[in-house]
Design a binder for this molecule. Sequence first.
Ligand code: PHE
Length: 339
Amino acid sequence: MLDKIRQLLEEVNNLHAATPEEVEQLRIKYLSKKGEITMLMNDFRSVPAELKREVGQRINELKNRANERINSLKAEAAVQETATGHIDLTRTAYPLPLGTRHPLSIVKNEIVDIFSRLGFTLAEGPEVEDDWHVYSSMNFADDHPARDMQDTFFVEAHPDIILRSHTSSVQARVMERQQPPIRVICPGRVYRNEAISARAHCFFHQVEGLYIDEKVSFKDLKQVLLLFAQEMFGSDTKIRLRPSYFPFTEPSAEMDVSCTICGGKGCSMCKGEGWLEILGCGMVDPAVLEANGIDSTRYSGYAFGMGIERIANLKYQVKDLRMFSENDVRFLEEFTAAN
Ligand code: PHE
């Protein structure tokens, strides 16, 4: 029996095949139900007990080797076939490996979609910006802490050139080239000098909205945000505005939505509060309108800004922010159905 195994191993090591059909013949000869190696395993019963261990091991080795050899011949023959133009066009094309949209893109598209239906158009701007568009035109005082190195990434040797730390810079770029009425929605990546952890990253994504026209009031802002919240999180969603501060809006507010998990009763997601903070907003400060060439005695406007990761977390309960940028295919495949 051991001799037979040795002889078969020799044969297996020297197998050759030119086409997939020939490979299949070989597989049948050795590994099919009546193949030589399978038969050998059937004979195993008659091996004397003291040899069983060794013979068993050898047969297994032989079987593994044969499988390996036949698989690699199969791959070679397939390459050969394609290279020589003998492609079997009747072969089915499935399964086609389909990519999935990134969860942040799914959420961004959803947000942009909602505001598009309200008449907002898309505006984008550069990620490498100058101080004027990110801070000065947005009414940040020269000594505002956000300008600090701890928050802002500076491009070395150019203290004026920075990575934008919010998408409000796009507001400035829109206002400088267009007079009201302005109604834009601006998605984009922003950078802040934060230590990377499950809850913070040195870059993330925002969507910012800006609306300027005659007689725009806080009521308009509130109505649009309510509509957005109900489209995004369901028609039962409630909103709550809390006074806040941003240099570029006055008055300013932060908006909470009723908890997307418990609906407001209090749970671990909302830490028993019933509310989840999702965005900052306010009436555009007249000083910002003036700095950007818009007559603040004639026009008024509102602006709002939110983090896309934050909204995605509420929708999908992603516990660790780093998952969004690691591109682990197992994570990304979770979103196939949401595409
Ligand atoms: N730019 C603000 C931020 O990054 C968000 C915001 C935008 C607030 C517009 C109010 C109005 O936190």
